[in-house]
Design a protein around this ligand. Structure first.
Ligand code: PMP
Ligand code: GLN
Length: 384
């Protein structure tokens, strides 16, 4: 492994999921649902295979899907994006993030990230050979918010991009408009772009609305908005994601993507296109079920004695296990699957310069069937 990737050699998700499998544990670590997406989507993909759609799609993705994404974009953000030049289908959001960084950031540029952040951000910045400049979130009135001072300190004349993520993994926080306005103001001041990871855009709870930074004044022309069918349609294993934005920025992602994967899987793209056209109601109803799962896991974890920070989006809850006598959260997470048959991930791999502020926390995923969360609850009782 090259030096610049050595610190990122094995992801925490691979590590924890492997432990979960070995110990037959309930995996509340890696975030993936345990029920399928709409049956009509699966049928559409299977039909596409049977009907001979088994060769490369166009580089930017099948036309039907790019059109459906442009339509989704219009309904979600009001922005009109050209399906040919301003929409790019990628192999999951992961490739969109990597393509954006590798295709648009020079090796002498800096990229601002906000801690805790999704683990692929640091790794892709390292692949680009660029410099990572961490800012952080802070806990204010029981919610994770942006720490504006640290954000300002992280920007410089060399800043090319800021990686924004809302609804936020791992905290579950949904960044309010005011926080996004602060980020946008710095993008304008330093002439930087926003790479906005919105894979949980459809999963906000308690009546809170997701705001995309691309919709703030002057940001449509400097934002790449990234999302994923994996989260929207319970098909994380299909790895169909996308990015939308102004043509000049999307062109950079496309240039990199061509040599990362060239294209994704044609029949799966056709299945997702079908679902975006016909299953909007299914997508909209996902949030109600997920909010109930969140509340169920809140009850379970509170009952066991964790301190919690309950977010208003995503699949994830933040738990502080210190009241249970835990002193090393990372070691505790690696021990947990074998000890009680439940897996969670530590915050540590999502942290950087401010690691000390986060290292006591762990993340639990609640995107599981109610009976599975119940069983996890029974197993967690052993910690009391
Ligand atoms: N960004 C965030 C914040 C995520 O949680 C994930 C994991 N689903 C991804 C990106 C990657 O998404 P995908 O599986 O579509 O590559
Ligand atoms: N996005 C999911 C999570 O945060 C899965 C990540 C992964 O396996 N790379 O748990």
């Amino acid at each position: 492994t090259v030096r610049r990737l050595a610190p990122h050699s094995t992801t925490i998700f691979a590590e924890v999921s492997q432990l979960a499998t070995r110990h037959d544990a309930i995996n509340l670590g890696q975030g993936f649902p345990d029920t399928d997406g709409p049956a009509s989507m699966i049928e559409a993909a299977a039909r596409a295979m049977r009907e001979g759609h088994n060769q490369y799609p166009p580089g930017a993705g099948v036309t039907e899907l790019r059109q459906a994404i442009a339509e989704l974009e219009r309904s979600r953000t009001g922005l009109v994006r050209d399906p040919d030049t301003e929409v790019l289908v990628t192999v999951g959001a992961t490739e969109a993030i990597a393509g954006a960084v590798v295709g648009l950031v020079e090796s002498d540029d800096e990229v601002v990230v906000i801690e805790p952040y999704y683990d692929s951000y640091a790794a892709t910045i390292a692949m680009a050979g660029a410099t990572r400049r961490p800012a952080r979130m802070v806990l204010k009135d029981g919610r994770f918010r942006l720490d504006v001072d640290s954000l300002r300190a992280a920007f410089s004349p060399r800043t090319r991009a800021v990686l924004v993520n809302t609804p936020h993994n791992p905290t579950g926080a949904v960044l309010p408009r005011e926080d996004l306005e602060q980020i946008a103001a710095l993008c304008h001041e330093f002439d930087a772009i926003a790479i906005s990871d919105e894979v949980y855009e459809h999963l906000t709870f308690d009546g809170i609305e997701h705001v995309s930074i691309s919709t703030l004044p002057g940001m449509a022309e400097r934002t790449l908005r990234i999302s994923s069918a994996g989260k929207m349609l319970n098909c994380t294993g299909w790895k169909v994601g996308w990015v939308t934005g102004p043509a000049d920025l999307v062109a950079g992602v496309r240039a990199a993507k061509q040599y990362m994967s060239f294209t994704g899987a044609t029949p799966l793209q056709l299945g997702v296109a079908h679902a975006l056209q016909h299953e909007q109601q299914w997508i909209d109803s996902l949030r109600d079920g997920m909010q109930a799962r969140r509340d169920q896991l809140v009850d379970v974890l509170t009952g066991v004695g964790f301190d919690l920070v309950v977010g208003q989006g995503t699949y994830f809850l933040t738990a502080d296990p210190r009241p249970l006598g835990v002193t090393d959260a990372a070691a505790w997470c690696l021990d947990l699957p074998g000890r009680i048959g439940v897996a969670a991930v530590p915050f540590a791999p999502f942290t950087d310069r401010f690691a000390g502020e986060w290292s006591h926390l762990v993340r639990f995923a609640f995107c599981k069937r109610p009976e599975v969360l119940d069983e996890a609850g029974r197993r967690l009782q052993a910690l009391k």
